[in-house]
Design a binder for this molecule. Sequence first.
Ligand code: KDG
Ligand code: MG
Length: 380
Amino acid sequence: MNVVDTDVLVTCPGRNYVLVKLETDDGLVGWGDATLNGRERAVEAALDEHVLPELVGRDARRIEDAWQSLFRHTYWRGGPVLNSALSGVDMALWDLKGKSAGVPVFDLLGGRTREYANVYQHCGAGSVEEIVENCETALGRGIDHLRINLHAADDEYLDQRAMVDAAEGVREALGPDPELLIDVHGRARPIDAADLARRLEPVDLFFLEDPIRPENPEGFETVREGSTTPLAMGELFANPWEMLPLVERELVDFVRVDLAHVGGITAAKKLATVGEFHDVRTAFHGPPDLSPVGFAATVHLDLALPNFGIQELTEHDAIFPDCADVFDGGARFLEGTGAVDVADDPGLGIDVDEDVAREFEYERSHLPAPRNEDGSVQDW
Ligand code: KDG
Ligand code: MG
């Protein structure tokens, strides 16, 4: 089962996705997701020029060996570009292994630990009334984990008083039952994040996500000491070792890494397993910039983990209808249950129509670039 051909496909059926394709000498095709929002072409070049040529002729069954080699033989290791490329390869190798064994990837990972993976939905909006309305729609579909971010106009920085007031308003309107989540997007300083987390305690959050920037994880000590609000972090880590101390030191309650950045199924599974021994659960990143291939890979891992916590939901076909023409299969929301599942098809259980994908050409895009009133840079 040697790799004989490789390709990287950048498609934009609503937004840009970077897909890795590996073909073996026994005629199998494996797909992986290497999308890095706003830097797609950099990953494409890394794959084309450096990563994929190294795979040709290799035994596709040796997933761990490929991971170690692609991570360590670069010498300059990690970083979002190289690790997104590695992540895409890793997913494609798991897809191939499942297809060759005739079993879904979750079976290769130890088999189901649950019948479905519960999800949370984004219900954020510009006012409490709109947030509550969105939450009620989600609750009507069986989703009882709700992200209630108050959105500022023009992506401006939001003061913490406004965030707390909004969260209190939403809790009051919805009552005690739904689980509520907030993503701070790394905008607070540790001492302010601790204050925010403490002031949010009466709202009884399921978790407060990315309270501080990723560059100085020691700041989590301050946040942790200041409050009992559960904490989540991980989407900005492209090197699994960046996440590790937060889990080992029990400074967070949820590992939120992105499988398309952290090193694929292989790296995310290892981090989740460390979490298992520390009572830390998973809440893997599942935004619209993760392709349906990456989302399927994430749900396969969710289903196999004993310490799965919650899965962020993206319904690609609903937000980007063209995705339905490019991707076939993958994870599906189970209407009325608040959960997602995958079919028992071999591998990741998702096909890509390459001809259609190529019709949706790459569109240059970048993430928002907010600034403070005085013109200085603010995190988005
Ligand atoms: O590309 C950036 C997005 O992935 C990010 O803004 C989404 O924070 C995010 C989340 O929690 O889904
Ligand atoms: Mg986030």
